[in-house]
Ligand binder design. Structure first.
Ligand code: GRF
Length: 198
């Protein structure tokens, strides 16, 4: 695939964004982050992007009457900055076909569970509450629907006695950072191919 031109969508802390920026800086990942786009002006991810001299934009979903109108603005900003591959990294909005058609087969997400188990926003808590002994994280292509789409890569994360949501989340994040960078590096080198519909 060659050097990937990435647009990274964030809403919060941005530790996965940081892992991607670090991997680019140390040569592990052949990519450029063209734009970090947040729907929240207070996302710490924006500070991380600025520190790495990466362009940022804030588009608040609250300023748009419909999800589709919001998505149109996102698409326009990402295209204008030259983003070709879209990396969802803690982005807390559901994308509509307006967005997904614009970047069909080029949108990746990471989820803190072994999909198709525990989709949605409480995946870590639900895995704990269910008493599962092994959970993990999943990188997948994004399709219409929450946390659905062909799976690209998964990494197991054990749940150990005495785990809290915080301790499990911390272990999960470490696994996510490695897995997301690996999946993107595999995309850049052609070991991962876009889904067939792309
Ligand atoms: C991660 O746990 C990811 O799986 C989920 O949102 C969280 C984002 O964390 N989709 P961060 O903002 O990258 O630190």
């Amino acid at each position: 695939m060659g050097t990937l031109d990435l647009g990274v969508l964030v809403s919060g802390n941005g530790s996965n964004l940081q892992a991607i920026l670090d991997a680019i800086a140390n040569g592990t990942l052949d990519a450029r982050v063209r734009l970090v786009l947040s729907n929240r002006g207070d996302a710490f991810a924006l500070e991380r992007a600025k520190k790495a001299h990466v362009p940022t934009a804030v588009v608040s979903h609250k300023d748009h009457a419909t999800r589709e109108a919001f998505d149109e603005v996102l698409v326009e900003a990402l295209r204008r900055h030259g983003a070709e591959w879209i990396v969802l990294a803690g982005f807390m909005r559901i994308l509509t076909p307006v967005f997904l058609n614009a970047f069909r087969g080029r949108v990746l997400n990471i989820h803190p569970a072994l999909l198709p188990s525990f989709p949605g926003v409480h995946a870590i808590r639900q895995a704990l509450n269910h008493g599962v002994k092994i959970t993990g994280c999943t990188v997948h292509w994004v399709e219409e629907g929450v946390d659905s789409g062909p799976i690209i890569a998964q990494r197991a994360v054990p749940i150990v006695a005495g785990d809290s949501e915080d301790s499990l989340a911390e272990r999960m994040h470490r696994a996510e950072h490695e897995l997301y960078v690996q999946a993107l590096a595999d995309l850049a080198t052609g070991r991962v191919a876009p889904p067939r519909e792309a």
